[in-house]
Design a protein around this ligand. Sequence first.
Ligand code: AMP
Ligand code: ZN
Ligand code: FE
Ligand code: FE
Length: 281
Amino acid sequence: MRIDLHTHSNVSDGTQSPAEVIDSASGTGLDVVALTDHDTTAGWDEAAAAARHHRIALVRGIEISCQHQGVSVHLLGYLLDPDAPGLLEELERSRESRVSRAQRIVELLSRDLPLTWDDVLKQVEPGATIGRPHIADAMVAKAIVTSRGMAFQDYLYDGSRYYVSHYAPDPVSAVRLVVAAGGVAVMAHPFAGIRGRVVADTVIEAMAEAGMAGLEVHHRDHDPAGVRHGLDLAASLDLMVTGSSDYHGAGKVNRLGENTTDPSVLQRIEELARGVGVLRT
Ligand code: AMP
Ligand code: ZN
Ligand code: FE
Ligand code: FE
């Protein structure tokens, strides 16, 4: 049983449609896949139809952008009610703020580089959650850089002179909103220090106290010490341990199923969830 609980489609910053992500997941032999686009559940229906077609089980999820004292935190929410009030408004507020923030980043970049807002819009599916990867794609299209990775390395990294943040809820309130929506909250890549600053363990403890159920310990952005620390922290806070790919199609090197989650953990997630069920055929 191979279970991957973290993937992105072009409903946020992945490069494949939700149906294509499911198609790829089925093709690599996964039994269960979660679609967890940034700050949106808009891909769920398309993914569900594709999952039925391919006879693969689908966990409907989301990855919520959060911020704690200027540090970015990502929270995975599984099997939540997508229409739960509170959560819905918070996600809308984040997505809206992402648009003005991306415009501001492009404005800063355009002082030094031949890049316009129109270039970026060409890279975004209508209604998708916009993020830095779309700006990176526009920079590739304009031959300013050769890949998303290079765009992040040279221009878009956290703390760059072109970096602008966007509105995002505090991680503790995001945990509460996921739980109130009947979902199961798991902190994404808690120790991914290579991509920017990470929060202290005290913040993770507060998230656990607010009802968070797990830590995504097995993730490519964790070094061996991060994995060991994650396992220790999960044990001491009585949190589940997940592992996932964080697949973004061609947008990142992450391959589907490169990290997986134990079936007993998925079973526990299902038992805790009161929003929507796992789709099985
Ligand atoms: P944003 O949501 O706009 O702050 O952008 C963060 C997103 O950019 C995350 O989903 C990451 O997957 C993606 N990202 C961060 N660093 C890189 C990188 N080096 N290459 C490709 N994608 C990246
Ligand atoms: Zn992403
Ligand atoms: Fe993330
Ligand atoms: Fe992600």
